[in-house]
Write a protein that binds this ligand. Structure first.
Ligand code: ZN
Length: 333
C-alpha cells in the first residue's frame, strides 16, 4: 500500500516519513500534506489521529481549515501551515508550533498552555481570551494580533519576540484580578520591549506592572501606611517615571503658598506691609527656590515657618523631579 511521502525533518520526529494513508485524489500525500481545495476530510482525519495518539503533523498544510473545538493536546505541528485556520477553543496544551505559520489564524479561547511556539509566525492572529501560560514565545512574531484578555503567566520570551502593534487591552490575569501574576507578565513584556529598544512600550508596560503591584498590595493587606506609601509613589511621580506629575506638584506648592498662605499671613516688602497676590507669589517663588533675597520676606513668625517649609518642599520636589526625569529618559543600565 502506498503511503504519504512527506519527509519529516524536525528533530525528535518518530519516523523519517509521514507514512499515513494517501488521501483521495493524491498519489503521494496524506490528507495533512496534500494541498487541495475543498479538502473537508481533515477533521475526520484529525479525530482518527487523536484516537491513534499519532499527532506528529510536521509540515501539515492546514491553512484555512476548521480545527475549532478539537482536543489536539500535544500535537506536533512544527513547520505546519495554519495560515487563516480556525483554532477557536481548540485545546493545544503542550503543542509544538516551531517555525509554524499561523498568520491570521483565529485562536479565540484556544488553550496553548505549555506550548512551544518558538520562531513561529502569529502575526494578525485573533486570540482573545486565549491561554498561553508557561508557553515558549521565543522569537514569535505577534505583530498586529488581538490578544485582549489572553493569559501569559510564566511565558518565556526573548528579544526576537515581537509585540509591536499588538492589541491587548488588559491581559487575562488582570481581568480576573490575579494582580501579582499580571505584574509579573507585564514585567516580562517590559524587559522584552527594553531589549528591543522600544522604550515607549517599556514605559507603558512598567506602569501597568506597578499598577498591578499596587492593586495586589491593596487586595492583600489592610495596612493604611503601606497603602499611603503606594499612593504617594503613584501620585507624586508616577512610580518614578512621570516627571510631569512632579512638575505639577511643584507648581501647585508655589501657587498654594503664593495665592493663599502669604497673602493671608502678610509679606514685608522693603519694610512695608503687603497682602497682595503679586507679592505673595513673588515670595513663594523665592522661598521655593530657597533663594532668600531679603527684599521680600514673611511678615510674621508663622510666615517664616511657612517659608522654611516651602523651601524644604522645594528641595524635596526638585530632587524627586530630577530623579524621575533621569529614570524616565536615561535607559542605560
Ligand atoms: Zn502525510
Amino acid at each position: 500500500m502506498a503511503v504519504c511521502k512527506h519527509k519529516y525533518l524536525h528533530t525528535g520526529r518518530p519516523r523519517d516519513y509521514c507514512e499515513r494513508e494517501i488521501a483521495a485524489g493524491s498519489t503521494e500525500y496524506c490528507v495533512f500534506h496534500f494541498v487541495a481545495e475543498g479538502n473537508h476530510r481533515v477533521r475526520d482525519a484529525l479525530n482518527a489521529a487523536i484516537r491513534s495518539s499519532d499527532l506528529w503533523l510536521e509540515g501539515a498544510t492546514l491553512a484555512g481549515r476548521d480545527l475549532s473545538d478539537l482536543d489536539l493536546t500535544g500535537a506536533q505541528l512544527p513547520l505546519a501551515d495554519l495560515e487563516g485556520a480556525n483554532l477557536e477553543r481548540t485545546v493545544l496544551v503542550g503543542a509544538n508550533f516551531e517555525f509554524a505559520n499561523c498568520r491570521s489564524a483565529r485562536l479565540n479561547g484556544a488553550v496553548l498552555t505549555n506550548a512551544v511556539l518558538c520562531r513561529s509566525i502569529f502575526t494578525a492572529t485573533q486570540a482573545v481570551g486565549g491561554h498561553f501560560e508557561f508557553s515558549d514565545l521565543s522569537g514569535v512574531d505577534l505583530e498586529g494580533s488581538s490578544l485582549e484578555g489572553a493569559f501569559f503567566y510564566g511565558c518565556r520570551m526573548d528579544e526576537q519576540t515581537n509585540w509591536e502593534g499588538v492589541h491587548i487591552g488588559s491581559i487575562g490575569e488582570e481581568c480576573i484580578c490575579q494582580h501579582e501574576r499580571a505584574a509579573s507578565v507585564y514585567r516580562v513584556l517590559g524587559k522584552n520591549a527594553e531589549a528591543r529598544s522600544n522604550y515607549f512600550a517599556a514605559h507603558r508596560w512598567y506602569l501597568r506592572e506597578m499598577r498591578n503591584l499596587h492593586r495586589a498590595q491593596r487586595a492583600r493587606s489592610e495596612s493604611s501606611i503601606a497603602n499611603l506609601l503606594w499612593n504617594v509613589h503613584r501620585h507624586l511621580w508616577g512610580y518614578g517615571v512621570r516627571p510631569q506629575l512632579t512638575l505639577l506638584w511643584m507648581l501647585g506648592v508655589i501657587l498654594v503658598f503664593g495665592i493663599i498662605v502669604y497673602p493671608i499671613l502678610g509679606v514685608c516688602v522693603s519694610s512695608i506691609e503687603s497682602y497682595s497676590l503679586v507679592h505673595g507669589i513673588a515670595l513663594s517663588f523665592i522661598s521655593f527656590a530657597t533663594m532668600g533675597g531679603g527684599t521680600i520676606v514673611p511678615l510674621t513668625t508663622w510666615g517664616d515657618v511657612m517659608a522654611a517649609l516651602e523651601a524644604f518642599l522645594g528641595i524635596l520636589l526638585t530632587s524627586v523631579f530630577l530623579v524621575s526625569l533621569g529614570v524616565r529618559f536615561i535607559h542605560r543600565k
